[in-house]
Design a protein around this ligand. Structure first.
Ligand SMILES: NC(=O)c1ccc[n+]([C@@H]2O[C@H](COP(=O)([O-])OP(=O)(O)OC[C@H]3O[C@@H](n4cnc5c(N)ncnc54)[C@H](O)[C@@H]3O)[C@@H](O)[C@H]2O)c1
Length: 288
């Protein structure tokens, strides 16, 4: 398969064209599976704590609703745009269909660096974005979840905003919310567990022993940090991790528990963690 060289949307379209060829789909069906059912762009005015007004761009794409309500995460990242959200929504349609669960695919996002906002600013932004989407989301329509830059607190704000508008508690409008308001136990680590299981399936294919395998994890956030922990606990040697600011390397092995504690204590980045060499994200991907 030749992947698209441009945006995530180009890549997704090349993948779809490849699948359509294998399945001998006619042009009309190919077109239907490529075209998002709904692409929504909203402006998200945000009053900063210092009184400045910022107008951010938000998106929600419902790619396909044929198998059930749309399902997919919400991303806060400066590089987020409609093309990226369209691609991620299409991939969600495929993931739900491949797993045989009765959902369609969706994704959402706001083009913003959440780390530069205060908690109060993130709450105002999230609630305004959610209010714009109230007519389009819901337990039977479209169910957001955490993704890059968002977390269970973000989901709680969306659930509360939606519930306020509909006049009743609607726990089913989001997944990935806190346990105390109806979240599922084990959800926080579920994606990371999936990364571990997929990596182990690949190792079995390659006939490799996990205990003789080194691991490098790019992105030490909600998913990456726990994936590093699970792979380490299962016997792999974690030699490098990174975040948006850069990476750290130690060929003798890194302790993910200590790294997670370091970042949680306000370290902000893994870079500079004692006993490691600093590497770039590109170098991390080229490690043996
Ligand atoms: N959170 C979920 O439940 C969930 C579910 C399904 C899929 N995913 C996918 O997992 C991946 C990680 O999501 P997350 O929820 O852990 O996000 P997160 O925001 O918690 O963490 C993202 C991490 O990636 C780093 N990062 C961001 N830009 C980077 C860059 N350009 N180079 C290197 N590192 C960079 C950040 O510094 C951070 O460490 C995403 O691809 C997301 O779509 C997440």
């Amino acid at each position: 398969m030749i992947l698209g060289t441009g945006s995530a949307w180009d890549t997704a379209c090349v993948q779809l064209a490849d699948a359509a060829r294998h399945l001998d789909l006619d042009d009309g069906m190919h077109d239907l599976l490529r075209t998002p059912r709904r692409s929504i762009s909203v402006s998200v005015p945000l009053l900063r704590d210092d009184g400045q007004l910022l107008v951010l761009s938000g998106y929600r794409v419902q790619h396909n609703l044929a198998r059930g309500p749309a399902k997919g995460g919400l991303r806060y990242h400066p590089a987020c745009d409609l093309d990226e959200v369209k691609a991620l929504a299409m991939w969600m349609t495929w993931k739900c269909a491949l797993m045989g669960i009765p959902y369609g695919g969706a994704k959402g996002g706001i083009a913003v660096e959440p780390g530069l906002l205060s908690r109060q600013e993130r709450e105002r932004m999230t609630r305004r974005y959610a209010a714009e989407l109230v007519p389009l989301i819901g337990p039977d329509k479209d169910i957001p979840a955490p993704d890059v830059g968002t977390d269970e607190q973000t989901m709680a704000w969306i659930m509360d905003t939606y519930s306020t508008h509909t006049g009743h508690t609607a726990a089913g409008v989001v997944t990935g919310k806190p346990l105390s308001i109806g979240g599922s136990a084990g959800r926080a680590g579920a994606t990371s567990r999936g990364v571990q299981l997929a990596a182990f399936a690949a190792l079995r294919e390659l006939d490799k022993d996990p205990r003789e395998t080194t691991v490098a994890v790019q992105g030490f956030g909600k998913v990456g940090a726990l994936a590093a922990q699970y792979l380490h606990d299962a016997g792999c040697r974690l030699v490098a991790v990174s975040d948006v600011k850069g990476g750290v390397h130690n060929g003798a092995g890194l302790n993910p528990t200590a790294l997670i504690r370091h970042v949680a204590r306000g370290g902000d980045t893994v870079v500079g963690y004692p006993g490691t060499d600093t590497i770039t994200n590109a170098e991390l991907l080229e490690l043996e």
